[in-house]
Design a protein around this ligand. Structure first.
Ligand SMILES: CC(C)(COP(=O)(O)OP(=O)(O)OC[C@H]1O[C@@H](n2cnc3c(N)ncnc32)[C@H](O)[C@@H]1OP(=O)(O)O)[C@@H](O)C(=O)NCCC(=O)NCCS
Length: 153
């Protein structure tokens, strides 16, 4: 009997050439997705941009900015057919490890009040609401607030 060896999940620096795979995921999971230019800017800004592949297939990615002892999670995404299998939790754990390693003491992020899945994930990881940015996000009709969440690292 021959065993099929599966590749272990792999976290890697995001590169410009990954954007051909990132963009279809991004546009399928957000009502107001980042543009290719937003990702290209993040890569140029040397933010911590990572891809997560399982058997070579892109299943998630994140963009994290770390400076002056603070980290900001700017994008955390899991492919539509791969959600609710623990990948989001793994990726969030990775962002915290990277932020700690770069000297951050606090991790901040924004989330839409309507995004129950993400809020469930962040609550599970100990994030607490520290504020609201009114009208922060574009929405289908008008604007939507952002909840500002944070946790110590
Ligand atoms: C938010 C997101 C990254 C979560 O990734 P995921 O791989 O599905 O999350 P996990 O499987 O690791 O779930 C971890 C926990 O988060 C919470 N959670 C995840 N999806 C949820 C949902 N649809 N409803 C409620 N809680 C949810 C649960 O507590 C879950 O634990 P459980 O499955 O044991 O109940 C993913 O749903 C996603 O990419 N959504 C679209 C993009 C997005 O909104 N990104 C965040 C922007 S702030």
């Amino acid at each position: 009997m021959s065993a099929v060896l599966k590749e272990t999940p792999r976290l890697a620096p995001m590169r410009e050439e990954d954007l051909d795979e990132v963009m279809p995921i991004e546009t399928s999971i957000y009502t107001h997705p980042w543009t290719r230019g937003n990702f290209a800017d993040s890569l140029r800004a040397a933010y911590q941009c990572r891809t997560w592949r399982v058997d070579g297939e892109l299943v998630g990615y994140f963009v994290l900015a770390v400076a002056a002892g603070e980290a900001h999670l700017l994008n955390l995404s899991v492919a539509p057919g791969r959600q609710r299998r623990g990948f989001g939790g793994v990726l969030l754990g990775e962002t915290m490890g990277i932020a700690r390693g770069l000297g951050a003491r606090q991790l901040f992020l924004e989330v839409r009040p309507s995004n129950q899945a993400a809020q469930g994930l962040y609550r599970r990881f100990g994030f607490r609401k520290i504020g609201v940015r009114h009208g922060y996000y574009p929405a289908r009709e008008g604007r939507e607030d952002a909840l500002v969440l944070s946790r110590e690292l």
